[in-house]
Design a protein around this ligand. Structure first.
Ligand SMILES: [Zn+2]
Length: 260
């Protein structure tokens, strides 16, 4: 079905291709993740300028031929997130957010809620790059779980329905579990349980805070849920050490191998 697709999109990844082209992964509200080629974009006089870079929110025009790869024919900036780009931690957080969306929602299935969530995440990082914390990264991931239909069960034991003595988390069961059902689960303390409930109930801008030990449990709960039910492994929610220099804006995929 050849034609022109006009849509909003966030650039998730941008990879050099050939002499002057780029292959982009963009996330759209109604077509999910789309791969497109931008021809001649690396030439100095390209009409696209620098706006086909990761984390740009665009109004984009794509020509759709028979192949899977669409061709970029036009692009206007909705938001370039300039402040985010000037901050190494915010850039790193944006790269991880885009990577998570690209991996979890890699098909053309429409998820406008995911598009809005990603736009919100990038806007918040741009507004205040200091928001690039592990807690806010995990709040974002928890909301992605919900969008993927994998909301962790937090109100009662995910295995037997018991409402008390919830001591662990089981990715296989898909939520917290009680002391009788904890085989195959890992210990999840009350603060981590509370963090997850608060993060899921609050807007992204009001993500709760918690200490590292608690966040470690939350991250494991998210990771095990994804591994069991989506067969997806995400990179850690934040880098282990502060990045020394901004990650290349052109290559958010160039994260350290250990982070993949
Ligand atoms: Zn139970």
């Amino acid at each position: 079905m050849a034609g022109l697709l006009k849509t909003e999109a966030v650039v998730l990844r941008s990879m050099r291709y050939g002499e002057a082209d780029r292959i982009l992964h963009v996330y759209t509200p109604h077509r999910g993740r789309v791969s497109a080629i931008a021809k001649g974009v690396r030439r100095a006089r390209s009409r696209f300028g620098g706006r086909l870079e990761p984390f740009f929110r665009l109004r984009i025009e794509l020509h759709e031929g028979r192949g899977e790869l669409l061709t970029v024919t036009g692009a206007q900036t909705v938001d370039g997130h300039a402040r985010l780009r000037a901050d190494a931690r915010a850039l790193d957080a944006a790269a991880r957010a885009c990577d998570a969306v690209g991996r979890l929602f890699e098909t053309s299935e429409p998820h406008p809620g995911v598009f809005n969530l990603l736009c919100r995440k990038l806007a918040l990082l741009d507004e205040a790059p200091a928001r690039a914390t592990r807690a806010s990264a995990l709040a974002f991931r928890l909301k992605l779980l919900v969008a993927a239909g994998l909301a962790p069960q937090l109100g009662a034991c995910a295995a037997c329905g018991e409402g008390e003595h919830l001591v662990g988390f089981s990715g296989a069961a898909g939520g917290v579990v009680c002391s009788a059902c904890e085989a195959g689960a890992f210990p999840l303390g009350e603060p981590a349980h509370e963090f997850m409930s608060l993060a899921l109930g609050a807007p992204l801008s009001e993500a709760p805070q918690a200490e590292e030990r608690v966040l470690g449990q939350v991250e494991r709960a998210v990771a095990e849920t994804l591994e069991h039910h989506a067969h997806v492994r995400l990179m850690p929610a934040t880098s282990r050490s502060p990045p020394r220099a901004p990650l290349g804006e052109n290559q958010p995929q160039a994260l350290p191998q250990s982070a993949v």
